[in-house]
Design a protein around this ligand. Structure first.
Ligand code: AMP
Ligand code: MG
Length: 320
């Protein structure tokens, strides 16, 4: 994630007054860049002032969490964890919550989702630029610094331990969901019930807009249950992973930006997965996990989350 504060631009603000009189509701929309992507916020409030104050508080919460969880920022809490291998280190309640959820999704996906893959994510960023598969020795060194068993959490003492020098946690597959969920909670604490937040493939919604059954969220494809559900969402999250724009093609093989821990390289499955779940961190992590597992290996994971609605879409083979 690229979190440069300098790029946090307020891109757009629009207002629509929906009703008049004492129950007047305004619909306001705000967009600002955080976590390297535009974050869109739609709120319904009883006044302009309430909408603006709540949005300000929610963006401040996003910036605070962004600072803690960015793997790009050397001073971030998550980066500092990697600097003292072998020691138990106390972490903030936010980082603990994300890591506990990440560990659960990792376990339930048989390691398909794994926040310790940081060194491989880094290596893959270089591969995408150079369009050359990594040298086997370099790959094997990165693999020796990655893997869920080298990372432990002590919930009771809010502590985390990384075992091996130069490990690097990468929260890119879960942090956005957690951050959006927290931003929705901040809006709620500021008197907003009806809201939608969206950032790079992740969406979370509160109560429906006034007079409507739910929020309608565009999903590019998927099964009928998901498409129908996405037309009227409330108090739920929806995440999509495996999008086509981040693929790289090398030697006739298409690799995703999501790492397959079995190979240490980008996953080669050609699917996009959409997950609807009650919590945005779970939806985000589950979508990343399922895009590695693919429809064939998804059954065990899906059984662990019976409330989640999962839909796969397979991309066509590129024409040659
Ligand atoms: P998403 O777009 O939510 O699917 O997350 C993709 C991001 O998650 C990547 O850009 C990496 O930062 C990180 N990531 C890549 N592979 C994995 C994996 N197998 N498990 C967990 N996180 C991953
Ligand atoms: Mg994800």
């Amino acid at each position: 994630m690229n979190f440069a504060r300098a790029y946090r631009l307020l891109l757009g603000v629009s207002t629509i007054v929906l009703a008049s009189g004492t129950d007047a509701q305004v619909r306001r929309e705000f967009t600002a860049v955080h976590m390297g992507v535009p974050v869109r916020m739609v709120v319904h409030a009883s006044s302009e002032a309430i909408a603006a104050r709540a949005a300000r508080a929610a963006f401040a919460r996003i910036a605070e969490l962004d600072d803690k969880m960015s793997d790009y920022r050397p001073g971030s809490e998550v980066r500092m964890l990697s600097d003292r291998p072998g020691d138990w280190q106390t972490v903030s309640p936010d980082l603990l919550a994300v890591l506990v959820r990440a560990e659960e999704v990792s376990r339930n996906s048989g390691g398909a989702f794994d926040v310790t893959l940081g060194p491989l994510v880094q290596l893959w960023r270089e591969t995408r630029k150079s369009r050359q598969l990594p040298d086997p020795d370099v790959l094997s060194r990165a693999r020796s610094r990655s893997g869920a068993p080298m990372f432990e959490i002590d919930i009771e003492h809010s502590s985390v331990r990384l075992w091996v020098p130069n490990m690097r946690l990468d929260l890119g597959g879960i942090a956005k969901g957690y951050i959006l969920q927290e931003a929705l909670n901040t809006l709620r604490a500021n008197g907003i019930r009806a809201a939608l937040l969206e950032a790079g493939g992740d969406v979370v919604v509160g109560d429906p807009p006034p007079g409507q059954a739910g929020w309608s969220v565009f999903v590019a494809g998927g099964d009928t249950a998901t498409l129908r559900r996405a037309k009227a969402l409330s108090n739920v999250a929806i995440a999509t992973s495996g999008g086509s724009e981040q693929f790289v093609e090398i030697g006739g093989v298409r690799y995703s930006h999501i790492i397959d821990p079995r190979t240490g390289l980008g996953a080669t499955g050609r699917h996009i997965v959409t997950v609807i779940a009650e919590d945005a961190a779970l939806a985000d992590a589950a979508a990343t996990a399922l895009s590695v597992l693919g429809p064939e290996r998804a059954a065990g994971f899906r059984k662990k989350y019976p409330q989640a609605l999962v839909s796969f879409r397979t991309l066509p083979e590129p024409s040659r």
